[in-house]
Design a protein around this ligand. Structure first.
Ligand code: R5P
Length: 288
């Protein structure tokens, strides 16, 4: 088995290969002057080839890089091509919200169905799509980082209450709370636009003087977390920590959250300064 790290996941790929006792392959990518992708394997990809590529930053070029690398590996003689995609993009556009709108998750899946033999991903955003089988024809495995999040919380925080900011977050908030035997409150969110959400915590919820952990799968623009943080502050929380699997942290989300006094912790499915929780063991385990 050879593990290759594509542009977004090179250090994670090295960790995975160490833990899976596999060799690390080398692949170079760059842009031609017109923006097209150049990609070259520095040794022939043979046997089981694992391509590690998270879909953030630059989801569109990350996706095309993975597709080209997978197809090329096949052409060069790889026996099996496994895509390890720690953060899978486009999963939130899972229906036509307005007439003739593109259901991007289906098209993303079709590109991967046509290029990979197998997909391994972590906590994909499963909402209206309940199972990856609904969009993937290849073997597609979703693993959860919930146990890692719970262990990290247990070790590092004086925890008193877990909040899930919207109904979809129960898969993380409620499950982690039940592992830690903590109280969980899952809120209702109204999203008006990509950067506009409204969240209200009922004043009857007792947060005064408590350490609050807001748990979700993704922090993207950060507005879901920001609105929840403001509400928790309004109700007198003593400390607030936002914990998520995928830290996209677009458009200055991290500094906006820190300005509100919140701490942020995420996994390294997307590598950034908040990624304190390492998922390489989880992935290596599922490759073995
Ligand atoms: C959506 O339901 C997800 O679970 C997250 O709550 C959402 O993607 C976060 O997006 P943003 O950070 O842009 O509010």
């Amino acid at each position: 088995m050879i593990v290759y790290g594509l542009s977004n996941s090179q250090s994670l790929a090295r960790k995975i290969s160490r833990k899976a006792n596999a060799s690390v392959g080398r692949v170079i990518t760059k842009s031609f002057p017109d923006g097209e992708l150049y990609l070259r394997f520095l040794e022939k990809p043979i046997g089981k080839v694992v391509l590690v590529q998270s879909m953030h930053p630059n989801p569109n070029s990350a996706l095309i890089e993975l597709v080209f690398a997978a197809k090329e590996a096949k052409e060069l003689g790889a026996g099996k091509v496994v895509g390890v995609v720690p953060y899978l993009c486009y999963m939130r556009q899972d229906k036509s919200f307005r007439p003739w709108e593109c259901v991007s998750s289906h098209h993303m899946a079709s590109l991967l169905n046509n290029s990979l033999d197998e997909l391994i991903t972590i906590d994909p955003h499963l909402h209206r799509i309940h199972d990856l089988k609904e969009i993937f024809t290849i073997q597609a495995k979703a693993i959860t980082a919930n146990s890692l999040l719970a262990d990290y919380i247990a070790k590092h925080f004086k925890k008193e209450i877990i909040i899930g900011p919207d109904i979809e977050s129960y898969q993380w908030a409620e499950r982690i709370a039940s592992r830690l035997k903590l109280q969980a409150i899952v809120l209702r969110k109204k999203r008006y636009a990509a950067r506009k959400v409204r969240i209200k915590i009922k004043s009857s919820v007792e947060l005064k003087g408590k350490n609050v952990l807001i748990v979700d799968d993704i922090i993207s623009s950060g507005h879901t977390m920001l609105e929840t943080v403001k509400e928790a502050k309004r109700l007198g929380a003593k400390s607030i920590t936002c914990v998520a699997v995928h830290g996209i942290l677009a458009e200055g989300a991290l500094s906006k959250l820190e300005k509100e006094g919140a701490k942020v912790v995420t996994t390294n499915t997307i590598e950034n300064p908040t990624s304190k929780i390492d998922v390489s063991d989880l992935i290596a385990g599922s490759l073995k």
